[in-house]
Ligand binder design. Structure first.
Ligand code: IVH
Length: 713
């Protein structure tokens, strides 16, 4: 180990002045390299968490030794330069992702869930095709002409990359005989041969190289200059569609054949099967052929073949019920565990991160991996079970200095799976997990039943505050152009922005002169002015985004949307959260009544609104905002906003399908009849619920009446 590597093991408090100076030099160098790699596009050398940890260490050393602060101090650099970027395109039909299966059992379960949802439909055919490891693209044709091309983005809004898509040979500019409106979706990728040639050209010219074909494809498609894209050989496979003015076909297979007839490249390994075992056999064939295909794939996608069944099955919040990706097994590698760092997240969770000797796993260099929590390090799972038994069944713990097995499955963060006890040195010690927060020194405690130890510092903990801010500006939350994770961290360290509300007073505090901002590296007159404009744009914010942005534990994007559509307005939501008491009362019961909200999430929401500091910070924020009410889905549907109860036997659909269909039309589906019920749909065998509805004078329909009402008859 070099002197430098051992220095990074020394805690900031323990550094001598000389060591601090050397460490600041090392950090400046590392961060400059990371910045360069990041900005020269799609070739990052470290992940965000690792970058942030270095930046924080740098700031902590500077705070202890202010005189040692370097002229090129990384804390003076704002990092990512706000990109002028591409225009935005709102997808006419959302771009969805896929749920994943990892073994045969998952696929049998998928088939069972399809059958259950549809209610014993007899034979079901599925298509199976390779899952291309590229990036998805949506192409819109109107009357046969390519109008625009958009990346997936957040699924709702993507980037306009039309000029670049036009340079891709396998994307037709014009098609004959197509529906008037046709959106074709598929994957942009780069073949292994083209990838190798591109990297060889770049190496020759002393330029950067790409880590893998996917990064090369992404970097090439997202070039602001289409002439650069033209020089990068990209290809496209069509496998799905978005908006259509008329259906393409009756089945997935025929629809893909039509896309092929229009001139799109479609994957030749796409096949149709009626038996799950045949589907799985095809998976193994594709897996065997994987190395000879000439492009990267990371699994096999199965889709229900009949499009009428796809329509009935519909979507969960972000994935279709009619398709699944069967992923290839994760790739593994052994490496040396150099250190365990603790990162502090937005909710105070202390997350152990393995710092590894860099190792290539599935084509990507990995130097950090998650170790989950202290039990995981000790060898226990979430239920106290032994997860890494040695020969005697005792848990194998993980220690600094060990040889560990690392794996990566798809895009997920690499994980440490196993440890090699035979190579363990005799002088290693079990890892002792900190009981105070390494960032602010507050106690870090574990609540009963929680695997995670949390810092109790709240907003006084700089790590929590910074992570909260990062979450606040992230995609899906406020997503302020030019104000990313790096910039908010910088603003925090400068003391300019301590909590979300401060973002909205930046202009008032610094606006007129812009001097302080524009003199910073990475900022000019234009980008500073753009930033204030981008902030102003977000003063109007949809309710769901605001709820998500608050960063309340257990409240993710989907839950935030659920809450927004249930309460409709900020006023109603805020009132309910204020009134609710954990475990009792109407407001609490109503919160739990929302399908998808459980006690844990509800408790976390109510606690956040009752915690004085947090509540005050929310109020300060909302004072700067105009919160847009949540659009009730399909306001024009005859059942929108109504509360419906299903009872008895349904013959034309399963209960799950009936519920999902009603919800997609804006109705609320409840399990029991009450004064709030608007409509009871009663099939044969309905009992007490029908009686109660009659007593309460609630409208009662049979299944056919319901289908007629919603226009599905
Ligand atoms: S179908 C509504 N088919 O995988 C479902 N996706 O992990 C639309 N992908 O976002 C997707 N190969 O970018 C489909 N043969 C294939 C695919 C494929 C790659 C990508 C796609 C999607 C992601 C989900």
């Amino acid at each position: 180990m070099s002197a430098d590597t051992s220095l990074d093991q020394v805690s900031v408090d323990a550094l001598t002045r000389d060591q601090a100076e050397a460490e600041l030099a090392r950090l400046a160098d590392l961060l400059a390299q990371a910045n360069a790699a990041y900005h020269t596009n799609d070739a990052p050398v470290m992940d965000d968490a690792g970058y942030d940890a270095l930046k924080r260490r740098n700031a902590a050393i500077e705070a202890r030794f202010p005189n040692l602060k370097r002229a090129d101090s990384p804390s003076e650099q704002v990092g990512a330069k706000p990109s002028d970027g591409f225009g935005k395109i709102t997808h006419a039909v959302r771009m969805m992702s896929l749920s994943n299966g990892f073994d045969d059992a998952d696929i049998h379960e998928f088939d069972a869930s399809v059958r259950k949802y549809l209610g014993a439909p007899g034979e079901i055919a599925y298509t199976a095709e390779p899952k291309i490891d590229g990036l998805s693209l949506s192409l819109r044709y109107e009357r046969g002409e390519l109008i625009h091309a958009a990346t997936r983005g957040d699924g709702a809004v993507g980037e306009n990359v039309t000029a670049n898509a036009r340079t891709i040979a396998s994307i037709p500019q014009h098609i004959d005989g197509a529906p008037d409106i046709l959106e074709v979706r598929g994957e942009v990728y780069m073949t292994h041969a083209d990838f190798a040639a591109l990297n060889a050209r770049h190496t020759e010219r002393g330029g950067k190289t790409f880590a893998n074909p996917r990064n090369a494809a992404a970097g090439s498609l997202r070039q602001l200059d289409p002439e650069i894209t033209r020089a990068r050989p990209l290809a496209f496979f069509a496998y799905a569609w978005g908006e259509l003015s008329e259906p393409l076909a009756e089945t997935q297979m025929e629809a893909i054949e039509r896309l092929a007839a229009f001139g799109f490249a479609t994957n030749p390994l796409t096949k149709r099967f009626t038996e799950i075992d045949a589907l799985l056999a095809h998976y193994r064939e594709i897996e065997t052929a994987r190395a000879t295909l000439g492009y990267d794939i990371d699994g096999v996608v199965y889709k229900v073949d009949r499009l009428d069944l796809q329509r009935r099955l519909g979507f969960r919040s972000t994935t279709p019920r009619w398709a699944i990706a069967h992923k290839f097994p994760a790739e593994l590698a052994w490496t040396h565990l150099e250190a365990i760092d603790i990162q502090v997240g937005r909710t105070g969770a202390l997350s152990p991160v393995a710092r590894l000797s860099p190792v290539t796993v599935g084509g990507v260099v990995v130097s950090n991996a998650t170790l989950h929590n202290e039990d995981y390090i000790a060898g226990y799972g979430s239920k106290g079970e032994v997860i890494r038994p040695d020969e005697e069944g005792q848990p194998k713990d993980i220690r600094v200095g060990d040889w560990v097995q690392v794996y990566r499955a798809g895009d997920v963060i690499p994980k440490v799976a196993d440890v090699d006890l035979a190579r363990r040195k005799s002088d290693t010690l079990p890892y002792s997990f900190p009981t105070t927060c390494p960032q602010c020194g507050s106690d870090a405690i574990r609540e009963e039943g929680d695997a995670v130890r949390r810092c109790t510092g709240g907003m006084i903990c700089p790590a929590q505050a910074v992570e909260k801010l990062k979450h606040f500006v992230s995609r899906g939350a406020f997503d302020i152009e030019g104000l990313g994770a790096k910039q908010v961290e910088q603003f925090y360290l400068d003391g300019w922005v301590r909590e979300p509300a401060d973002i909205f007073t930046l202009r008032a505090r610094f606006g007129s002169g812009l001097q302080q901002l524009k003199n910073r590296e990475g900022w000019g007159d234009k980008s500073a002015a753009n930033l204030f404009e981008a902030i102003d744009e977000k003063r109007n914010i949809p309710l769901s985004k605001l709820i998500f942005a608050l960063g309340i534990r257990h409240v993710g994007e989907n839950s935030a949307t659920l809450l927004a559509t249930s309460y409709g307005s900020w006023e109603a939501f805020e009132r309910a959260m204020t009134q609710a008491e954990i475990g009792s009362g109407t407001a609490w019961a109503e919160l739990l009544d929302i399908d998808g909200v459980g006690e844990v999430m509800a408790g976390s929401l109510v606690a956040a609104f009752h915690q004085e500091g947090e509540r005050a910070s929310i109020d300060r924020l909302v004072a700067h905002l105009t919160v847009e009410d949540a659009a009730r889905p399909k306001a024009d549907s005859p059942v929108s906003g109504k509360t419906v109860v299903f009872t008895g036997t349904l013959e034309k659909m399963t209960r799950a399908e009936a519920k999902a269909r009603a919800e997609s039309l804006g109705a609320k589906v409840a399990g029991s009849v009450s004064k709030k019920t608007d409509l009871l749909v009663a099939g044969p065998g309905a009992g007490s619920k029908e009686k109660k509805a009659t007593e309460l004078g609630i409208e009662i329909l049979d299944e056919d009446g319901w289908l007629a009402l919603i226009g599905d008859a």
